[in-house]
Write a protein that binds this ligand. Structure first.
Ligand code: PMP
Length: 431
C-alpha cells in the first residue's frame, strides 16, 4: 500500500540511461524505490516514505547513516587535502597504525577501495607466495565480483564439483581452479586438501558466512581450518569484509582467537565511505610491489584518498570511545529474543539466527549450518514476509538474502516497533 508515484516515474527514467536502472546487480528488486535521504537508522524514498533500515547497504552502516562526526571529519580533512599520486599521507599512516593495533593478524596493511579489490589482491598474493594455483572457497560465501571468487557467487544449489560459473565471460581457468567446499564440514575440507596435494594456494572464508545468512562456525571449525591450512602449506584468508569492525574492532578473528595469514576488510571500517584493506604478516605483505623489490602488483589511483581514510579513522575512533558494540550487541539480543517469543506465541516453525548486530529468521525448525541445509527452503515465505515488512516501513535485504544489520543509531523503540510489525505480519501470514 506504499505510495510510490515519484519512485516509479524516476525508475522509468533511470532505465533509459542505465541497464535495469541500477548500478549494482542485486539493487534491481521490486518495488523499485528511488531514495533521496538517509539519516541514522532511517532511509527515505522520493515519495517521502520512511523505512527503518536493516539492509544498511549490505553492511557498512555500523554507526548509522550520515553520522555527523564522521562526516565532519571527512569535510574538515577535505578542506585541506584530497589525493596525492606519490608519497603517503598522515591520514594513511595513522589509519594503518590503528588497524595494526587492533586486528590480530595485521602486521602490515594496504588500502584499496572495495572488498572485491581486497580479496583479489589476497588471492593473487597467496598464489605468488605458495607458487600454487588452486583456492578453496565455501558454497554460498561471497567474496566479490571478480573471476577468482565468482564461482558459486550467488549460491546456486549445485553441490560441489559441478561447473557453476557465477558469471558469463569468466575464464575457464578461474572456474576450474576454484574448489568449493561445504561450510562447517571439516572432513570435506580435508578431503579436498588431500585430493589436491601441493596445489592449493589459499583457503578463503567468511569466518561467519553472513552471505549465506548468519551461519555460525561450529565449535572447532575455524581452528580446524587454521590447522589444515598450516598442515598443507596453504594460506588462510579471513574475509572480514562484513565481520571486521562490525563485531569487534579486531574483527571476528579477535573474538574467535584464530589468526589467519591474510585478512580482508571493508564495509563497517568506514561507515559507508569507500575504502577497504588487506592486512597480514609482514613477511607476506612485503611481497607487494609498494615495497622496493616486491613482485606482486598493487596499485590504485584512488587508494588512500582522504575521504576514505578520514572516514575510517573517525569511525574507528568512535568505536574506541563510544559503546558502539555494546549497544548493537544488546539490540541484537533484544530482536532475537523478541522474534523467538513471537514464533513460539504464534506456533510458527522458525529458527532465529545471528551474531551481535546481525540477525535473521529461518522459517524452518533447525539451525542451518551451511548452504546445503537451506535446501529445506523457506524462500517463498521469506520473500513475502519481507515485502509485507517493507510496506510497514521495515527495510531488509532484497529477495531471499538473509541478514539484517543493526547500527549504533537504532534505538530500543526501533527494535520494539520492528517486533510489533513482525508479530502483526506473521499473524496475518499464518491465517
Ligand atoms: N567479501 C564479503 C564477505 C562481502 O560481503 C563483500 C560484499 N558484499 C565483498 C567481499 C565484496 O566487497 P565489495 O562489494 O566492496 O567489492
Amino acid at each position: 500500500n506504499l505510495k510510490l508515484d515519484k519512485s516509479s516515474k524516476l525508475y522509468e527514467e533511470a532505465n533509459l540511461y542505465t541497464p535495469g536502472g541500477v548500478h549494482t546487480s542485486i539493487r534491481n528488486v521490486e518495488p523499485h524505490l528511488v531514495f533521496n535521504r538517509a539519516e541514522g537508522a532511517y532511509i527515505y524514498d522520493v515519495d517521502g516514505n520512511r523505512y527503518i533500515d536493516y539492509q544498511a547497504a549490505f553492511g557498512p552502516f555500523i554507526l548509522g547513516h550520515n553520522n555527523r562526526y564522521v562526516n565532519s571529519k571527512v569535510i574538515e580533512n577535505l578542506s585541506r587535502e584530497d589525493l596525492f599520486g606519490t608519497g603517503t599521507t598522515e591520514l594513511e599512516i595513522e589509519l594503518s597504525k590503528l588497524i595494526c593495533k587492533h586486528v590480530p593478524s595485521a602486521e602490515q596493511v594496504l588500502f584499496c577501495n572495495s572488498g572485491s579489490e581486497a580479496t583479489y589482491h589476497a588471492i593473487r598474493l597467496s598464489r605468488a607466495i605458495t607458487e600454487r594455483t588452486k583456492i578453496i572457497k565455501f558454497q554460498g560465501c561471497y567474496h566479490g565480483w571478480h573471476d577468482y571468487v565468482a564461482r558459486n557467487m550467488l549460491s546456486p544449489w549445485d553441490k560441489i564439483g559441478k561447473r557453476d560459473p557465477g558469471s558469463a565471460g569468466m575464464l575457464d581457468e578461474a572456474i576450474d581452479n576454484t574448489l568449493i567446499c561445504t561450510f562447517n564440514d571439516l572432513e570435506d575440507v580435508e578431503q579436498t586438501f588431500k585430493q589436491n596435494q601441493g596445489q592449493i594456494a589459499a583457503l578463503i572464508v567468511e569466518p561467519i558466512p553472513h552471505n549465506i545468512g548468519c551461519i555460525l562456525p561450529q565449535s572447532g571449525f575455524l581452528a580446524g581450518l587454521r590447522k589444515l591450512c598450516s598442515e598443507y602449506g596453504a594460506l588462510l584468508i579471513f574475509d572480514e569484509v562484513i565481520t571486521g569492525f562490525r563485531h569487534d574492532l579486531g574483527g571476528f578473528q579477535k573474538i574467535a582467537g584464530i589468526t589467519p595469514d591474510i585478512t580482508t576488510m571493508g564495509k563497517a571500517m568506514a561507515n559507508g565511505f569507500p575504502i577497504a584493506a588487506i592486512a597480514g604478516k609482514k613477511e607476506y605483505m612485503s611481497r607487494f610491489n609498494t615495497q622496493p623489490g616486491g613482485d606482486v602488483w598493487f596499485a590504485g589511483t584512488y587508494n588512500g584518498h582522504a575521504v576514505g581514510t578520514s572516514a575510517a579513522l573517525a569511525t574507528m575512533q568512535l568505536m574506541e570511545t563510544a559503546p558502539v558494540h555494546k549497544h548493537v550487541f544488546r539490540l541484537g539480543d533484544r530482536v532475537r529474543v523478541g522474534i523467538r517469543d513471537i514464533l513460539d506465541r504464534l506456533g510458527i516453525e522458525g529458527y532465529v539466527a545471528g551474531f551481535g548486530s546481525v540477525w535473521t529468521t529461518y522459517f524452518m525448525n533447525f539451525e542451518p549450518k551451511n548452504y546445503i541445509d537451506l535446501q529445506h527452503n523457506d524462500a517463498e515465505f521469506y520473500v513475502s514476509f519481507r515485502k509485507k515488512l517493507l510496506e510497514k516501513g521495515i527495510f531488509k535485504l532484497p529477495m531471499n538474502l538473509k541478514r539484517n544489520h543493526i547500527s549504533y543509531s537504532h534505538t530500543e523503540a526501533d527494535i520494539d516497533y520492528t517486533l510489533d510489525v513482525i508479530e502483526a505480519v506473521l499473524r496475518e501470514m499464518k491465517k
